[in-house]
Ligand binder design. Structure first.
Ligand code: FBP
Length: 287
């Protein structure tokens, strides 16, 4: 298979198991007393979802590397695309029954590498519907996963060639430790846009892409590089936003141009409306 066919196979395999992941969350809401490579407490669901996706993805011909936010090291599994995954983004939202998701990046180079090597990317949102936002041939399409009898699913194209509309919402994470310049920036933005912040990256960026606006998890006084992992969260989502007509930045450059030196490195993350991203680069400077 060529790399586009491998990317299609990865998308299909993940989509087919989403009903199993979604239904499996209900009995795995406890913390397991372990931490992931980013020193974050792991829910049983984090560990379980990671193992499930790992088995599915590493068995695909044309996948050369499997790297997970939940695992310290890369799994070498042949030749081909390098797959990054955040198996359960926003897992701290599970105990409160809020949105969670899965973020997948497919790189045409060995990890760690720049986001410019992304061949495709998608994120799943487990909500009232299970939806998948995906880059295909430079356009962004949204699918709904519909369960059928047995383990069968229909993957239904819901919106094609999505372009972000005029900005109307914003959402900024990490507010307990914002710097003074970022507090001033947020105060200015809050005057013109509606606040939408749900505590799960996939749910919040999904609002940004549908309603138009700006989403950020910025640098913090206690975390100069912010919270999001470049390879597992920031690159795949920035790739999707930029292919939907938006922009992304770490305050200096597109997220996709940030040099990747460590597998679990973090990056300050801003993405959404192109003019608002330019405003970030003009007014803010990461430490
Ligand atoms: P993980 O749950 O995959 O570690 O993701 C981190 C995350 O939950 C994001 O989904 C979300 O945007 C952010 O952390 C929320 O952070 P905070 O609790 O500091 O607002």
């Amino acid at each position: 298979m060529d790399r586009e066919e491998v990317a299609d196979e990865i998308f299909r395999k993940v989509a087919e198991v989403t009903p199993h992941i979604s239904s499996g969350l209900q009995n795995r809401r406890e913390y397991v007393g372990e931490e992931n490579p980013s020193d974050e407490e792991q829910l049983e669901a984090d560990v379980w979802a990671n193992e499930f996706f790992k088995q599915e993805i590493t068995s695909i011909d044309g996948v050369g590397q499997f790297a997970s936010e939940e695992e310290q090291e890369i799994t070498e599994c042949g030749e081909g695309l390098s797959v990054s995954i955040d198996p359960l983004d926003g897992s701290s939202n599970i105990p409160t029954n809020n949105l969670v998701g899965t973020i997948v990046g497919m790189y045409d180079d060995e990890l760690p590498c720049s986001g410019r090597n992304l061949v495709s990317a998608f994120y799943v949102v487990y909500g009232p519907l299970t939806t998948i936002m995906r880059v295909e041939d430079g356009t962004v399409n949204e699918y709904v996963v519909e369960e059928k009898s047995g383990d069968e699913v229909d993957i239904v194209l819901a919106s094609e060639d999505i372009e972000m509309p005029e900005a109307s919402v914003y959402g900024f994470g990490g507010n307990k430790n914002w710097t003074e310049d970022f507090k001033d920036f947020e105060e200015e933005i809050s005057r013109d846009y509606k606040l939408r912040y749900g505590g799960a990256f996939v749910g919040d960026i999904n609002q940004t892409i549908h309603h138009g606006g700006l989403f950020a998890y910025p640098y913090r006084t206690d975390a100069p590089q912010g919270k999001y992992r470049l390879l597992f969260e920031a690159n795949p989502v920035a790739f999707i936003i930029e292919n939907a007509g938006g922009g992304s930045t770490d305050t200096e450059q597109s997220i996709l141009d940030v040099e990747a030196s460590r597998l679990h490195q973090r990056v300050p993350f801003f993405a959404g409306d192109g003019e608002l991203v330019e405003k970030v680069e003009e007014e803010l400077e990461a430490p």
